[in-house]
Design a protein around this ligand. Structure first.
Ligand SMILES: [Zn+2]
Length: 464
């Protein structure tokens, strides 16, 4: 019998050939069409993945109304799941080459989706071929889920879980090796004040995304406040002013960071609003609203909102105010994004924030809340996967937890598993996930085939 390593090595060229078939399809989310809720690009990629799955020997492929697809072999009641995604993020500027024309350069496959997530997903599909070719007895069926909307909210997996049975255990090759056995909860919402009449802030705008501490915020006021603002900003860094048409614009600069690790960042929204308060310009309800949003942003640990906590598994809780603005009806609106551990249940996170906001005259709108998941690092599956990774690669890495989210969080028994390898980021001309010149190490992909094949074999022996 061929070893998984021999199989992976001898299929290197086939893997790259099939990866090009997927990467060359522009599968950025698009306008919904008949049978293609996420656009025709994603749907085309799904069809191509089905063709590849059949060539690799899967017994059947099923399209779930264009939301997600799967390739399956074996028992359809108790089966192992692998879930990756075929959709990709927009390309942005600055590429050296067409992002949808995969090519090979110095040991890397280059193109949008090579690393996130078409390459890792295809590696897992090839791993299944190893089991099929070598007639490995399957106590559990194997289902590879072909996600089509991972990057924009994972509605694809929601759809699947509503209509189809869940795997007894699943992994998603959409993060890092060895094993991501926990992910923090993610809460986001708009904190909205009552309408402010005769406010001094004519407009305010900071931040581009909920999950990033903003490094820039601008506020516009009547020019009569320019002197007071300049005075308040004396001896402080990161403020700039401009005057035009009887108005003064304050631009506050900060230091950006991801919402998952905001410590050490400087929130430009906070800097802008706190300057307005220090300058003594704001009054009444506008002043109270500004004080509230400043208190929220000033306490990254979430103490002010009653959600600060540690659990000894993850980092402590965090919350940031990623975006600020005025609504059309003159309310101050702060979008917040919290990453929380298992110390406070998901519904209590919501309640505590709701309560504090209400006390301060704020409403909570547009709540999104996805609770944390945590599997014990010494649970059989996690240990097994970590050991296989270490033995195949000769490394000695430990399972990890993270503040970002993968598909694993939506299932009852799932982890993230590859394909990034810590400390092997590659040369600087290789972009990482979501960046320009996205690329993926071919050696790691081939190793991943071996790791996944060993894993899918050994998981057959674990009781789920
Ligand atoms: Zn991904």
């Amino acid at each position: 019998m061929q070893t998984a390593r021999e199989f992976a090595e001898s299929n290197r060229d086939n893997l790259l050939r099939d990866l090009k078939r997927l990467v060359d399809i522009n599968s950025i989310k698009g306008e919904p069409a008949e049978g293609a809720p996420y656009g025709t690009g994603v749907r085309t990629a799904e069809e191509e993945a089905f063709r590849i799955a059949k060539e690799l020997g899967f017994e059947k492929t099923v399209d779930c109304d264009g939301h997600i697809g799967y390739a399956h072999t074996g028992d359809e009641e108790k089966f192992l799941g692998v879930i990756g995604h075929l959709d990709v993020v927009p390309v942005g500027d600055g590429w050296d080459h067409d992002p949808f024309d995969m090519y090979i350069k110095e040991g890397y496959v280059m193109g949008r989706g090579t690393g996130d997530d078409k390459g890792p997903l295809l590696a897992a599909m090839y791993a299944c071929k190893y089991l099929f070719d070598n007639k490995i007895p399957l106590r559990y069926g194997i289902r590879v889920l072909l996600g089509c909307d991972e990057e924009c909210g994972m509605s694809d997996l929601d759809y699947y879980l509503e209509h189809y049975p869940e795997p007894v255990f699943a992994f998603t090759p959409d993060a890092g090796f060895p094993v991501g056995h926990g992910e923090k909860g993610i809460y986001s919402a708009d904190l909205v004040s009552a309408p402010i009449t005769d406010g001094k802030i004519l407009s305010i705008s900071g931040g581009m995304a909920s999950n990033v501490v903003p490094d820039r915020c601008t506020a516009v006021l009547d020019a009569c406040y320019a002197d007071a603002l300049r005075k308040a900003a004396e001896n402080k860094e990161g403020y700039a002013f401009s005057e035009e048409d009887g108005r003064v614009t304050v631009t506050a600069s900060g230091k950006a960071a991801h919402a998952g690790s905001p410590w050490g960042s400087v929130n430009a929204n906070f800097k802008a609003v706190s300057l307005l308060l220090e300058a003594g310009i704001l009054e009444g309800e506008e002043k109270r609203a500004a004080e509230f949003v400043c208190s929220v942003m000033n306490d990254v640990d979430g103490g002010f909102l009653g959600i600060a906590a540690e659990d000894g598994r993850f980092e402590k809780n965090s919350i940031i105010g990623g975006m600020i603005g005025l609504t059309e009806d003159g309310r101050l609106c702060l979008n917040v994004n919290s990453r929380y551990n298992t110390a406070i249940p998901a519904d209590e996170i919501e309640k505590n924030i709701e309560k504090k906001a209400a006390e301060c005259g704020f409403e909570v709108r547009n709540v999104g809340n996805s609770g944390p998941f945590y599997l014990e690092p010494d649970s059989p599956a996690v240990r097994l996967m970590c050991d296989i990774f270490n033995s195949v690669t000769g490394r000695n890495d430990r399972p990890f937890v993270m503040s970002g989210g993968t598909y694993a969080r939506k299932m009852h028994n799932a982890v993230s598993f590859g394909c990034e390898v810590f400390g092997e980021e590659g040369p600087e001309w290789v972009g990482s996930a979501h960046m320009k010149n996205e690329g993926q190490s071919i050696d790691i992909l081939v190793k991943a085939v071996e790791i996944y094949a060993e894993t899918l074999m050994k998981l057959q022996e674990v009781d789920f």
